[in-house]
Design a protein around this ligand. Structure first.
Ligand SMILES: [Zn+2]
Length: 448
């Protein structure tokens, strides 16, 4: 991979305390910043120039000790029925500072679910699929540990991994949240209905719904941008990925205040969110590992993606390309996809409801086809801007590594290229959506 296609920062970055930051920010007299740049300090933010001048002394190990050994830890419980189908859960073990939230809180949920699965296995209840528990090193340096693992085992993972669950900096307050591939969101939502809320009353779902005044349509979850270890699985290999968490007000992100003391006094006193989070992760993993037919929902996936075509439309309108570029073919392809997915879901539900369930060999054929759906929305040559990003459903925004961008191949053509390139990318994407639909058809045929 050429170096300039990597997300290596070009400007050195150093976190600093609010007291020091204030000395830089407050005196600035340039134009006012956009709303979204305004931070928590008690004055209006402006960009430069000056007049503040400063001398900074930064001590870094990069030059003196440029190479460090890193370790991923990986444990595995072999599945009893479908050992070649793997469910992977992981979280990063390294941190900027003490890292109680980011990412001890995520790591311990991985360890706790591993403990629970191990206890069940010792009791004779092994998971039907293989479950892999990982902690990654060097995430904060650019997702290095997980990316190396994914790249080294690329062919194996592409052949075997059903889904990847990522737990990163996630248990530090009362409010449930989740994000991931649209195919996994219904599973995450279902899990919230069976786990008691850390504050209550009722389940995580009850409290989540109450926080949105009973509006079920407001219970949305995010899509995956960049900035954590799902990237290798999701953006590079097209494996369904996501995670859940509990958040609250903080301000300790990537600082020395992300400590055990902060977590115990403010973030999650009594560690109830930690417990509920680990339970949620265990339910999600349990269903992924044990359901006869994989709980991936491609009707929800198609519906959500279809809604996101509007983002392309607004980009096209902004460029005044309406007469030369249209997304109608993409909408039609996603409609066809969603229709097949709905029919498949109905067939799956009735197959699962039948006495005796689905026999192992048939389930395996169905699941093998289901596993292809999102993989078929990748392309070997990747995005024009970043060949490593092979998935065409979502990518990190080129201009903001934490933000997400839907249909990146088309979106970037609209943003950075011309109408002809945008049309070419649309044709390519429609083709791949149709191939993904063909995988759903294969799954439906295998189920008959
Ligand atoms: Zn993190």
């Amino acid at each position: 991979v050429p170096e300039d296609s990597l997300d290596i920062p070009k400007i050195p970055i150093i976190p600093m305390s609010y007291g020091n930051a204030r000395r830089f920010l407050e005196p600035m007299t340039g134009p006012a910043v956009p709303q979204s740049w305004q931070g928590g300090l008690p004055f209006h933010y402006h960009v430069g120039p000056g007049p503040a001048r400063s001398r900074m002394k930064v001590k870094t190990e990069r030059g003196a000790r440029a190479f460090h050994k890193i370790w991923n830890t990986v444990g595995m419980i072999r599945g009893s029925r479908w050992p070649d189908e793997w469910v992977v859960v992981g979280g990063h073990r390294d941190a900027w500072g003490p890292g109680a939230r980011d990412n001890v809180s995520g790591t311990v949920s991985v360890l706790e679910t591993a403990r629970a699965f191990a206890a069940l296995a010792r009791d004779g209840q092994k998971p039907a699929r293989t479950v892999v528990f990982a902690t990654w090193d060097a995430e904060e340096w650019g997702l290095i540990g997980s990316t190396e693992w994914v790249e080294e085992l690329e062919d194996t993972l592409r052949a075997h991994v059903v889904a990847y669950i990522n737990e990163d900096g996630t248990f530090s307050g009362p409010s449930f949240g989740g994000g991931g591939s649209p195919s996994l969101k219904p599973l995450f939502r279902a899990a919230t209905r069976v786990v008691p809320d850390p504050v209550g009353p009722g389940t995580v779902y009850d409290v989540w719904l109450k926080a949105h005044n009973g509006d079920t349509t407001a219970l949305t979850m995010g899509n995956l941008g960049g900035g954590s270890d799902f990237s290798g699985f999701y953006h590079h290999l097209g494996i369904p990925s996501g995670g859940i968490g509990f958040d609250g007000p903080d301000g300790i992100y990537h600082s020395m205040y992300d400590s055990y003391d902060w977590m115990t006094r403010f973030g999650d006193p009594a560690y109830k969110a930690h417990r509920a989070g680990a339970q949620l992760v265990a339910v999600i993993l349990g269903r992924l590992a044990n359901s006869d037919l994989l709980p991936l929902d491609y009707a929800a996936f198609g519906t959500e993606l279809n809604g996101l075509v509007a983002q392309l439309d607004s980009g096209i309108a902004k460029k005044q390309w309406k007469s030369s570029v249209t997304t109608q073919a993409l909408k039609d392809a996603l409609d066809r996809f969603t229709a097949v997915a709905r029919a498949f879901n109905a067939a799956r539900d009735s197959a699962l409801a039948r006495a005796g369930g689905v026999d192992s060999a048939r389930a395996q054929r169905v699941n093998q086809a289901l596993m292809l759906v999102e993989r078929r929305l990748t392309r070997p040559e990747g995005l024009v801007s970043r060949p490593w990003f092979k998935s065409l459903q979502f990518a990190a925004d080129l201009d903001n590594g934490y933000a997400t961008m839907a249909f990146p191949s088309v979106n970037e053509a609209i943003r950075y290229a011309d109408a002809a390139t945008a049309n070419k990318e649309l044709v390519d994407l429609v083709n791949r959506v149709d191939q993904a639909r063909a995988a759903l058809v294969e799954a439906a045929v295998a189920l008959r």
